[in-house]
Design a protein around this ligand. Structure first.
Ligand code: DOR
Ligand code: ZN
Length: 424
């Protein structure tokens, strides 16, 4: 099996490559990169006018299976990933049952295998994500978990979290933490501030996130464990990570397109579609997130793809579930909001969505180096189009970006040499 990707602009931030090159794929791997390659008998993919980059690596995806198949299945989530240019993803463990044992890790991997998307199920930190008893980290790792997290149910017990860090460090596993103090945020729907006051609702204060980031950073400093802060959403939170990194703490963090694109005002316009945890914040926070992306404090752009059914999202704001889908919109939103706005170079945007998240988990992904898996996304950097949730492959239609005009469109996604998505 040979595939010649011909005539495109190739960007591989991990190796400082940005130029017009052809790519030869053989047996699922990158065989050669060069100008005017020929490969008699190979399938030729005309990439002229397109940009070819490493397949995207999304560290934060809720695939919902087992247990919540009405929201999403591994198959539909992976189809959404393929449409979005994502070839590797970390699946969150808040399924039913939770991914707190090797059997569930293996089940998710088995379901994903035929999709050719590289799915890495994260293991739960605590049994049933109940925050009481640590899971068997070694067994989860042996089954293929690349990291541990109780995402969706932030860990509150500090003694337990400290123990988890010490154990995770021994096994060289990162802990991915959703930082929000549960007592402060309850099941509230929106950021605490102007919008919560206008709606007459209790809000989730920024300090609830920042205190837990501070707490995590200090525990990571003390234990030497690698802590990764999930979907960071506040300017001060970014600043805490910035200072910790300067001290040499093993802390990394991610954000999502919603946090550098939207503010809490979106809730007034779109109600439950804009309900997400942590909540959309203020313009000052959006600016802080952008600054963190620009100066390298933020390591990765992820989606926190969190599909819910239309019925669930039709409930009143105060009891609808939180979350928005993101796999099919993350690259265009990042290109539009960061690259085309002149905030980040194209190579930085691509790195934040491939090379740095891969490196963070120690995965041999996120680069087009010869010999590596041929995972690629080919996109039109400049095509202007309108996001239409009705065209999503995901079962989830819960996006606040429906109807938004964006610039940049995925045309092909290739995983281990197989074309898993092709537009039209
Ligand atoms: O908005 C969110 N939705 N935040 C989370 O942490 C969990 C997620 C979900 O599972 O729906
Ligand atoms: Zn979360």
């Amino acid at each position: 099996m040979r595939l010649l990707i011909h005539g495109g602009r190739v960007i591989d931030p991990a190796r400082g490559v940005d130029g017009h090159l052809d790519i030869l794929v053989e047996d699922g791997r990158i065989a050669r990169l060069g100008r005017d390659l020929t490969a008699p008998g190979a399938q030729v993919l005309d990439a002229s006018g397109l940009t070819a980059a490493p397949g995207l690596v999304d560290l934060h995806v809720h695939l919902r299976e087992p247990g919540f198949e009405a929201k999403e299945t591994v198959a539909t989530g992976c189809a959404a990933a393929a449409r979005g240019g994502v070839t590797t993803l970390v699946a969150m463990p808040n399924t039913r049952p939770a991914a707190d044992c090797p059997e569930i890790i293996r089940l998710v991997r088995d379901k994903a295998a035929p999709t050719v998307v590289n799915v890495l199920p994260a293991g739960a930190v605590t049994v049933g994500q109940r925050g009481e008893q640590l899971t068997d980290f070694a067994a989860l790792k042996a089954a293929g978990a690349p990291a541990l997290t109780d995402d969706g149910v932030p860990i509150q017990n500090l003694a337990l979290l400290r123990q988890a860090m010490l154990r995770a460090k021994e096994l060289n596993l990162p802990l991915l933490d959703h930082c929000e103090d549960r007592d402060m945020v309850q099941n509230y729907a929106v950021n605490e501030g102007a919008v919560s006051r206008q709606l007459g609702l209790p809000g989730r204060p920024a300090i609830a996130e920042e205190l837990q980031i501070m707490r995590d950073v200090m525990l990571a400093e003390d234990t030497g464990a690698h802590i990764h802060i999930c979907h960071i959403s506040t300017a001060k939170g970014v600043d805490i990570v910035r200072q910790a990194k300067a001290r040499g703490v093993r802390v990394t963090c991610e954000t999502c397109p919603q946090y550098f694109t939207l503010t809490e005002d979106e809730v007034l316009r779109q109600g439950t579609m804009a309900r997400v945890n942590p909540p959309l914040r203020t313009q000052a926070d959006v600016d802080g997130i952008r600054a963190g992306l620009a100066d390298g404090t933020i390591d990765a752009i992820v989606t926190d793809h969190a599909p819910h059914t239309a019925e669930e999202k039709a409930r009143p704001l105060s009891d609808a579930p939180s979350g928005m889908v993101g796999l099919e919109t993350s690259l265009p939103l990042a290109l539009t909001g960061l690259y085309h706005m002149g905030l980040l170079s194209l190579s930085r945007v691509v790195a934040l969505m491939s090379a740095t998240p891969a490196a963070l988990l120690g995965l041999p992904k996120g680069t087009l180096a010869v010999g590596r898996d041929a995972d690629l996304v080919l996109f039109d950097l400049d095509e202007v189009w309108v996001i239409d949730k009705n065209r999503f492959a995901s079962k989830g239609r819960n996006t606040p970006f429906h109807g938004r005009t964006v610039r940049g469109k995925v045309k092909y996604t290739i995983s281990r040499g197989t074309i898993i998505y092709m537009e039209g």
